[in-house]
Ligand binder design. Structure first.
Ligand code: DOR
Length: 428
């Protein structure tokens, strides 16, 4: 069966391409691009739409196995499709922790049977994410783990991280670091600053992130291995990463839509949907993140989609778990707050949400070209819509963007040439 995506604006940064055109797909593969004349095929009208390589979210918590009341492969991959993603990579802080090849393979199998988009698995750095003993990195790499992370926790032992970096370097994989020193941040509920002082809530200081980012960069530099700093939220970390990149250190970094667009002022409501690690920080930090994204210091935009069961979050602020759903709001928030305000171009968004994640995880994706698998996202940059978590596919119904009017949305997702999502509805 042939499918023609007709008359869209093809934004394909990996090929330096931003032009009007068509894409012809046959048997799940792109067979022609440009001005395509063909008959007898299904036509997807892309007039007024951006046609982009399938978006990739390289930082998602799927909660599967063991925490399925929060999320599972079926609900999480559907949420991904609804948000415009063709691939997501899931973190190993599950129950049990994904720290061996059997669990990696099990999750990949569930992705085949229950998932609707591509699912990539990130294995743990340490056994049980306890930071004491190295997990089975080689076995997990052989089983297809795309990266390694103790996300949710910082690897406090420099010695352990050094060994992990030396291992992952042999397999050409990256370590994703949750860079927050718990001895400084551990007991805090929000960013440490004026607002935390006024609210009487213990804070998580930015320096906890700066110190751990600096150490991780130094270890990457010493070992020659690649480190990726997760959910960067402090201006100090941005500057450290900028300088390290200038020195040629193999460091990459990501930033979330919430850290780019919200500050600790949002916590004044005591809404538990604003509680997240690392925390929403002050405006000076937010501005530094935007600048970091603009100059390429921050490579990728990720959601850190961290769903929790409703009743877990529906408690007093200090008792609520950190994190909230992000897959279904990410693109809309970025388009509304950064693209429509002129702070980032469409090419910049697609670079950060498809090209760079593919490069960092070494995926054969993030580019539209003849011969490539047809993983494609169609975006209506103008569509107005309102965030309503009761319509979410994810089980996580908390979001700090609830009720927000947004401008811009993914309107179709193709995975391997099959239309998985159309007008917000997941078809698989
Ligand atoms: O807020 C967060 N929640 N930050 C993390 O790093 C982990 C995540 C989770 O797993 O809930």
């Amino acid at each position: 069966m042939k499918l023609l995506i007709k008359g869209g604006r093809i934004v394909n940064p990996a090929k330096n391409m931003d032009e009007m055109g068509d894409i012809l797909i046959e048997d799940g593969v792109i067979v022609a691009m440009g001005e395509v004349e063909t008959t007898e095929c299904l036509v997807l009208d892309a007039a007024g739409l951006v046609v982009a390589p399938g978006l990739i979210d390289m930082h998602v918590h799927l909660r599967d196995p063991g925490l399925e009341a929060k999320e599972d492969v079926a609900s999480g991959t559907r949420a991904g499709a609804a948000g415009g993603f063709t691939s997501i990579a899931c973190m190993p802080n599950t129950k049990p922790v994904i720290d061996n090849s059997i669990l990696v393979e099990g999750l990949k199998q569930r992705a085949q049977s229950e998932g609707v988009i591509n699912l990539k698995v990130i294995g743990a750095v340490s056994k049980g994410q306890e930071g004491k003993e190295l997990a089975e990195i080689g076995d997990m790499a052989a089983a297809g783990a795309v990266a390694f992370s103790d996300d949710g926790r910082y690897v406090h032992s420099a010695g352990l991280l050094r060994t992990a970096l030396e291992y992952t370097n042999m397999f050409d994989k990256v370590i994703i670091s949750h860079a927050e020193d718990e001895s400084l941040a551990g007991e805090g509920f929000m960013h440490e600053g004026t607002v935390s002082a006024m609210l009487g809530l213990k804070g998580r200081p930015a320096v906890a992130e700066d110190i751990s980012t600096a150490r991780d960069i130094l270890l990457a530099e010493y070992t020659g291995a690649a480190v990726h700093i997760a959910h960067v939220s402090s201006k100090g970390a941005v500057e450290l990463i900028r300088q390290a990149k200038q020195r040629g250190v193999k460091v990459t970094a990501e930033v979330t839509p919430h850290h780019l667009t919200l500050t600790d002022e949002a916590v004044r409501t005591f809404d538990t949907a604003t509680k997240v690690n690392p925390p929403l920080r002050s405006e000076d930090h937010r501005q530094a993140l935007i600048a970091g994204l603009q100059d390429g210091t921050l490579d990728a935009i990720v959601t850190d989609h961290a769903p929790h069961a409703f009743e877990e979050k529906d408690v007093e602020f200090r008792y609520a778990p950190s994190g909230f759903a992000g897959l279904e709001t990410s693109l809309g928030v970025v388009l509304t707050e950064l693209y429509h305000t002129g702070q980032i171009s469409m090419t910049g968004i697609i670079t950060a949400m498809a090209v760079r994640p593919a490069n960092i995880l070494r995926l054969d994706a993030g580019v539209l070209a003849v011969g490539k698998t047809a993983d494609i996202t169609l975006i209506d940059p103008e569509q107005l819509w309102t965030v309503d978590s009761s319509n979410f596919y994810t089980k996580g119904k908390h979001t700090p963007f609830e009720g927000r009017q947004l401008r811009g949305k993914a309107v179709a997702v193709l995975v391997g040439g099959t239309i998985i999502m159309r007008n917000g509805e997941v078809l698989a």
